[in-house]
Design a protein around this ligand. Sequence first.
Ligand SMILES: NC(=O)c1ccc[n+]([C@@H]2O[C@H](COP(=O)([O-])OP(=O)(O)OC[C@H]3O[C@@H](n4cnc5c(N)ncnc54)[C@H](OP(=O)(O)O)[C@@H]3O)[C@@H](O)[C@H]2O)c1
Length: 337
Amino acid sequence: MNPSLSKFMLARTPKHILHPKPTMNTAIPLNTGATIPALGLGTWQSAPGEVKAAVTHAIEAGYRHIDCAYCYQNEDEVGEALQDVIKRGIVKREELFITSKLWCTFHTRTEEGLQKSLDLLKTDYVDLYLMHWPVPMNPNGNHPLFPKLEDGSRDIDHSITHIDTWKNLENLIKSHPEKVKAIGVANYSVKYLEKLLPQASIVPAANQIENHPLLPQQEVYDYCKQKGIHITAYSPLGSTGSPLFKDETVLEVAKKHSVSAGCVLLSYHLARNSSVLAKSVTPSRIDENRKLIALDDSDLEKLASIPKKDGIKRFVYPPFGVNCGFPDKTDGIDLSG
Ligand SMILES: NC(=O)c1ccc[n+]([C@@H]2O[C@H](COP(=O)([O-])OP(=O)(O)OC[C@H]3O[C@@H](n4cnc5c(N)ncnc54)[C@H](OP(=O)(O)O)[C@@H]3O)[C@@H](O)[C@H]2O)c1
């Protein structure tokens, strides 16, 4: 699709026209002209020994979008699953949408970071490569992933900014278009995007953010929509031990449609034209999470009332005491630049 058309669709097309009957693989346009499947399998906290079976089961069950990251320390097993399903003819590589992420200690080493993920995932390219957090950390610190200073605080690399990292990613996709099909960001607030976009020659294809009815992220959602940046929702179920499955408003909407609470929580994002990542290593849940339905405006209004009653709640915090500029995060240093 023509990039300007996909940008227009992202910004203007009413959701009820876009997805009258959403499915797990409804193709949502990116500003690159490519599309991203609506539902992705999350792999964070999927333990080694479990994640290969989970990814294999998901792809056999029809998932075509897998969300990975170097920092999850399980990309090698994800890669084994990918290799296996492709070898067995279950799916072709080009039918899959694989996302990986540049970890914070690799901001000055984007090519090395990408190649490590490609080698582990046993694939020649990723469909989307995201800056995992806009926080560069010391590549030569006391730990390869989570370096700390002597006082116990995170060892942040103040010699570069997230804007420099983005330029490194732009150079990466320009010099290796065969290895990375699109670049994007994650955990970017409006404040950070406002600093980044005037300096960017490539508009991020996506911004992956924590998003669920207890954290609607309306400000960054509206901003990204206006700029043609696709939103992917992470922790849509409220992550491990979530209270969202018992929320009475979610249950009311679920009852109305005769579906599970999980189905409402995942379908919420399709109604907003976002893609959504659901993590599970449990085969029955991987199967259950495939079901997506069209929610109507009254459902969305009900779900929007949850934070008015319960306040907003974030389940995932950055692992480094940095304020990434989200309105609900007031502590930590500001690296927005
Ligand atoms: N960019 C970032 O910084 C970032 C941060 C966080 C997450 N992510 C991505 O987003 C993905 C999803 O987020 P998440 O892993 O935090 O949380 P999530 O998908 O909201 O929730 C996962 C939890 O819900 C359980 N679960 C899954 N389906 C269920 C169902 N139908 N009924 C009941 N429980 C269910 C899972 O258990 P079992 O596995 O035991 O079944 C797991 O404990 C991650 O895996 C990762 O790929 C990205």
